[in-house]
Design a binder for this molecule. Structure first.
Ligand code: DLL
Length: 433
């Protein structure tokens, strides 16, 4: 299924012309309306009239997650505040989240992107989409919701969690498509097996999964347990949410909605474009956004471009499924977690030593479990257990409210966490994704 053949299958040269026109508009608009960008462009001595070809984009400044954090909450707004109709957020590197503010036009872009995405996974107006991405500040739930509605499918806005109810609804309402993180899909499959439910006998035939890294083996596992086709979908809050790129029936690489988001792949060290087809850091420029448009946003995600024509007929460039990130961001149950956030919160808590270790496992249940080992002060360790238990509970609560996920806290004696003379090892990730 191709949702918008005109744009998704257009000749590449024609698309380039559209991209260039949109880029020029964007640069002009950012210069005029966003002081942050005006300053950056002035520092480089560049104006919109210096953009003649798409490769001139390399003259423009990058935007980083730190820039977003420093401009929190509204510093990068490019339109009057009263035009904003919706806001989403995800974790930043420290306390402040990364914000995307959408105008009505931005929501329309997002609906379009997600309609293309779900259609890539075979969604039609006859489908019943069980949407188990989280609803709230996270973009997953609302994004898939908008996309399914735009196609004209029926949406079951389940959000994540309450697995017994998910399985009941799946059975009773005959859901035909599933949208959630891949790990939650597997968790539900385990619960179904325990409850003696045969997922393969249900009408579910396809699903769009993303928001966290997953492997080809995980895809096979989901496909065989549900008897469905499982598609990878990618996106990030800063750019629009899910819908930046998606797999089609070929299941080999994700088509980028490049008429809307101009992609580059750079060497993260030098900031220069890598030779076409080589791995590097993915960078996006939002070509049509109005609320918080971004110029050359460094995603920290690693992939490469796949330029060869796709059997599905779309002409948009594909990206290989992600290989990882250039930073230390962890994705735990679909939630972005930075060790620096944990550190930041931890150091405000009296009684702890500045030594900690984050251990991540993906258990039998396929869900990520986090153990945070924290060294406590000597005095406390010789104290009665009541004090220790109170501290443990306190850290657990602070982590829950900082990270939005439950973390198991283990207090350890001073000097038990290995010290390092180089870069401290803060994370042991035992997940085999
Ligand atoms: O995770 C948006 C999303 C929702 C994508 C639902 C797909 C489905 P953030 O919370 O801002 O947004 O996290 C963005 O998640 O930079 C990647 O590192 C990672 N990520 C997203 N999709 C994939 C994927 C949403 N398919 C960050 N494979 C991104 C691997 C992914 N990693």
């Amino acid at each position: 299924m191709i949702f918008n053949a005109e744009y998704e299958c257009m000749e590449r040269e024609a698309r380039k012309r559209i991209q260039l026109a949109r880029l020029k508009n964007l640069v002009e608009m950012l210069y005029e309306k966003v002081p942050f960008y005006r300053k950056k462009m002035d520092a480089l001595g560049i104006k919109s009239r210096d953009i003649h070809t798409l490769s001139d984009i390399e003259k423009l400044p990058f935007t980083t997650k730190d820039d977003l954090r420093e401009n929190y909450p509204h510093g990068l707004l490019a339109c009057p505040k009263d035009r904003i109709v919706e806001v989403h957020m995800s974790s930043g590197t420290t306390g402040k989240p990364v914000v995307d503010e959408y105008t009505r036009g931005d929501i329309d872009i997002w609906r379009e992107c997600m309609a293309r995405t779900l259609a890539g996974g075979g969604c039609t107006r006859d489908d019943i989409v069980q949407n188990c991405y989280g609803y709230g500040l996270f973009t997953g739930g609302p994004g898939a919701h908008y996309g399914a509605m735009t196609i004209g499918a029926e949406v079951l806005p389940m959000s994540s969690g309450n697995t017994a109810r998910q399985l009941m609804v799946m059975q009773d309402f005959g859901s035909t498509m599933l949208t959630c993180t891949p790990s939650y899909a597997l968790y539900m499959a385990e619960e179904a097996a325990d409850a003696g439910m045969d997922l393969r006998a249900l009408p579910l035939s396809k699903g769009c999964f993303g928001a966290e890294p997953w492997s080809e083996n995980m895809r096979k596992e989901i496909e065989s347990r549900y008897g469905m086709k499982a598609y990878d979908i990618y996106g990030l809050t800063e750019i629009v949410g899910p819908g930046v790129s998606f797999e089609c029936e070929a299941q080999s690489g994700l088509h980028i909605n490049e008429d809307l988001f101009f992609p580059e792949i750079i060497d993260p060290e030098t900031g220069r474009a890598v030779p076409r087809g080589e791995k590097g850091e993915l960078v996006f420029t939002t070509l049509t956004k109005e609320g918080t448009p971004l110029l050359r946003y460094r995603t920290r995600d690693i992939t490469y471009f796949m330029d060869e024509p796709c059997s599905c007929g779309r002409t948009t460039v594909k990206m290989h499924r992600l290989f990882g990130r250039t930073d230390d961001m962890l994705i735990i149950r679909g939630v972005n977690v930075f060790p620096s956030q944990i550190e930041h919160a931890l150091f405000e808590i009296e009684g702890t030593e500045p030594a900690y270790l984050i251990v991540v496992e993906r258990g039998e249940s396929h869900l990520d479990e986090v153990e945070l080992q924290v060294e406590v002060k000597k005095e406390l360790f010789s104290d009665e257990t009541k004090g220790l238990e109170a501290l443990r509970a306190r850290i657990q609560n602070v982590m829950k409210s900082t990270l939005q996920i439950a973390v198991r806290v283990k207090l350890v004696e001073p000097k038990t966490i290995e010290r390092s003379i180089g870069k401290a090892k803060r994370v042991v990730d035992n997940r085999n994704i």
